[in-house]
Design a protein around this ligand. Structure first.
Ligand code: PLP
Length: 400
């Protein structure tokens, strides 16, 4: 009969799993994978304790809007839970096309392709548009989905300093003119809350004949007069060739999109493994996203309230002299600069019933270890008061 202990020693992967430092530390300090058993508005409950959610990307707070609930239920009644297949094969439905048309129109593009996660959409945009032999110029603080796309594309790449158009110009000008060039940026950087220097970058893309792909997951619904995102914020009509993003922020659901010219989207449909070999976004997710998009257009008050809350929240942080990395948007980091400070600050906020998320290197640049927070239209005046008290407590507890 085998002795279990000896048997395990022989399994290299089991050994790797058991001895993995990030996993060991995560299980010891428990900063991630917290599970809530109830949610009402801006509040969540964990083990019967109530927290104010200050780390969600639910910018507009529309996930529980009565029209969204009704649309989700209706889609479930009509279509069932899923389409059990990829769009290319058996999974395409009329509701997918309706949402794609509406998103393309909203973003001022000819066509759009949706998928079951923003990660898949953003990855697939890079992985299918770029190919071996191309040169990608990517902001060094770009989201993991874009890096996965770069790796899958087989293209070469150069990183430019975060949001630094001068560095981008330098890199573009040293590249061979005949190379096919692709610039990859975010509209709003998710960790930093910075808005892309889009006018300068669009001008560079034109000057150097580069294709510009922008992940606007955090600009969509938040920036611009009508919530159309970073392009609308700068009133730039043309120049961004493709916009990808997620349903999991302002659209308060799950799924993702890529919007571009009709030729680009048809090309993506032929070449994107993430589209060809992955099941279509579900009926409920599509119906909910479409309904939120409709509400976003009809009810701008949610966006106004978001920005009003963001202004008040930033004033609280400024009074406490906390470093917010010059965030320009409702995604607001609190930079503390080292892992230990971040951990104890986060714990103090938890003690006071405020839920935030820790983000440390390598997820952020060294020395920028931070607490990631995001304000929502859902937050009430009372929430903001409790948040202010908790931040003051955490600051004094950590002797900052
Ligand atoms: C900038 C950015 N791009 C893409 C994604 C992926 O979106 P999703 O959560 O829908 O997979 C995220 C979400 O974290 C993001 O912040």
């Amino acid at each position: 009969m085998p002795i279990p202990f000896l048997q395990r020693q022989g399994k290299r992967l089991e050994k790797r799993f058991g001895e993995d430092d990030p996993t060991r530390l995560r299980l010891k300090y428990e900063p991630y994978y917290h599970t809530f058993n109830k949610q009402v508005g801006s509040r969540v409950w964990r083990d019967d304790r109530e927290y104010i959610m200050l780390a969600s990307n639910d910018y507009l707070g529309l996930g529980n809007h009565p029209l969204v609930i009704e649309a989700g239920k209706k889609a479930l009644d009509e279509w069932g839970s899923g389409t059990t297949g990829a769009r290319l094969a058996n999974g395409s439905r009329s509701f997918h096309l309706e949402l794609e048309e509406e998103l393309a129109d909203f973003l001022g593009k000819e066509a759009c392709q949706i998928s079951s996660a923003g990660y898949l959409s953003c990855m697939s945009a890079v992985a299918s548009f770029a190919t071996r032999g191309d040169m990608i110029f990517v902001d060094k603080n770009s989201h993991s989905s874009l890096w996965s796309g770069i790796q899958a594309s087989g293209a070469s790449y150069e990183k430019f300093s975060h949001n630094n158009a001068d560095d981008l110009r330098h890199l573009l000008s040293t590249e061979k003119p005949e190379k096919t060039k692709i610039i990859i940026i975010e509209g709003v950087y998710s960790m930093e809350g910075h808005i892309a220097k889009l006018p300068e970058i669009v001008a560079l893309a034109e000057e150097f004949d580069a294709f510009l792909l922008m992940d606007d997951a955090h600009g969509f619904g938040v920036l611009g007069q009508n919530g159309r995102g970073t392009v609308e914020h700068f009133e730039i009509e043309n120049g961004v060739d493709a916009i990808c993003g997620s349903f999991s922020k302002s659209l308060a659901g799950t799924g993702g999109f890529v919007a571009a010219s009709r030729d680009a989207i048809e090309y993506l449909r032929s070449h994107s493994k993430q589209t060809i070999f992955s099941a279509a976004v579900s009926p409920v997710a599509t119906a909910c996203a479409k309904t939120v998009l409709g509400i976003m257009k009809e009810e701008p008050e949610h966006r106004y309230r978001l920005w009003e809350n963001a202004r008040k929240y930033k004033a609280i942080l400024a009074d406490l002299e906390l470093d917010t990395w010059e965030s320009e948007t409702p995604a607001v980091p609190i930079v503390l600069g080292d892992k230990e400070k971040v951990y104890f600050f986060w714990k103090a906020l938890m003690e006071k019933g405020i839920f935030t998320v820790i983000s440390v290197a390598p997820a952020v640049p060294p020395g920028k270890d931070l607490i990631r927070t995001a304000i929502s239209a859902r937050h009430t005046g009372e929430d903001l008061e409790r948040i202010a008290d908790a931040l003051a407590y955490a600051k004094s507890k950590c002797r900052l």
